[in-house]
Ligand binder design. Structure first.
Ligand SMILES: Cc1cc2nc3c(=O)[nH]c(=O)nc-3n(C[C@H](O)[C@H](O)[C@H](O)COP(=O)(O)O)c2cc1C
Length: 225
């Protein structure tokens, strides 16, 4: 039930306007960049891990529906190479439905400890079933069952519904028993068209170097921060 605002004074909020970090990091120069964004990504990925970034393979995936309305969520990068960046999910989820209608996405790696972010934009394709099956087999038994139990992004009547589904699956596929790959679950590959490397610098004069796919290679451009 709604109650008057006077019954619920707004709690004091943090002074967000005063919150700012002064970045004094080393810069990113054109001369230091690798020839291709995948090699550059590998360098930065190792540096993010070395600097103690929590789950450096966590990335924000943004998709948009057929009308162009965007949505974002965190997913885990589970593989990458020159073909693209791979994550796994439920094909029937909200992101799955959006990608079916509009197969383009953006990925953002927020490596804030190093005042860095990497943004990948590109077309999205499903990975082959063999590749999905190979990855699914590496997942812990509980995660394999979890993928079956969750109709991701659909409303559910309560947590107990999920727990009951999981318990039934545990009886059907006890530990040690092979769990089949759910047909509604698998990988997507974001094939990079644009990859931006952003490094925070002093006085907000940040470095932004962007690779843009051109023919079989890459062109690099610097963007104003
Ligand atoms: C750190 C972290 C990692 C996650 N990794 C994945 C993932 O790899 N795949 C996935 O489907 N959901 C993952 N999620 C859950 C998603 O953020 C999201 O809730 C779910 O995929 C449903 O998204 P959708 O309804 O927009 O499709 C992760 C969440 C967090 C916070």
């Amino acid at each position: 039930m709604q109650t008057p605002e006077s019954d619920h004074p707004t709690p004091p909020s943090p002074d967000l306007a005063a919150m700012r970090e002064h970045y004094a990091h080393e810069g990113l120069a054109e001369a230091d960049l690798a020839d291709d964004p995948v090699t550059q990504f590998t360098r930065w990925f190792h540096e993010a891990g070395g600097a103690g970034a929590a789950e450096p393979n966590a990335m924000v995936l943004s998709t948009a529906d057929a009308e162009g309305r965007p949505s974002s969520r965190t997913v885990l990068l589970k593989g990458y190479d020159r073909r693209g960046f791979v994550f796994y999910t439920n094909y029937g989820s909200r992101k799955g439905a959006e990608l079916a209608a509009n197969p383009y996405a953006a990925l953002l790696f927020p490596w804030i400890t190093l005042a860095r972010q990497v943004i990948v934009q590109g077309r999205v394709e499903k990975v082959g079933r063999d590749e999905t099956a190979a990855y699914f087999r590496t997942r812990p038994h509980g995660s394999q069952l979890g993928a079956w139990a969750s109709e991701q992004s659909s409303p559910v009547d309560g947590r107990e519904v999920l727990e009951q589904r999981y318990a039934e699956l545990e009886r059907r596929y006890p530990e040690g028993e092979g769990v089949p790959v759910p047909p509604f679950w698998g990988g997507y590959r974001v094939v990079p068209e644009v990859v931006e490397f952003w490094q925070g610098r002093a006085n907000r004069l940040h470095d932004r170097l962007r690779y843009v796919a051109e023919g079989t290679g890459w062109r690099v451009e610097r963007l104003c921060p």
